[in-house]
Unconditional design. Structure first.
Length: 106
């Protein structure tokens, strides 16, 4: 039995496994996330080269869509080390929330 894949997931776009994995590792999970990116944004993604970008542009063109013309300002402001810090902060908040729920349930 095949696992359920959400229709707007990058896994449902018919991209190569390598391109899918690079997008997911860059936290680009949906078509909408992808449409918010420019070519320059995608060039910053680890393991993402001209072939992957061409594959994405071809897939989007077939759907009558295209990447953004201007780089996403959010990506420009958060280099990788800032993203790591951001993820750590979110993880700590979630742990605090989980502990609070546990305390209230006991």
């Amino acid at each position: 039995m095949k696992p359920f894949i959400k229709p707007n997931s990058v896994k449902a776009l018919g991209l190569s496994i390598r391109t899918q994995n690079a997008l997911i590792n860059a936290e680009i999970f949906t078509l909408q996330n992808l449409l918010n990116c420019s070519k320059n944004d995608l060039k910053k993604v680890r393991h993402f080269g001209a072939k992957s970008i061409a594959e994405i542009e071809e897939m989007l063109a077939a759907k009558g869509l295209e990447l953004q013309k201007e780089p996403n300002k959010y990506w420009q402001k958060l280099p990788a080390h800032d993203l790591d810090y951001f993820h750590l902060q979110i993880k700590n908040i979630l742990i605090d929330m989980e502990n609070t729920i546990k305390r209230h349930n006991t």
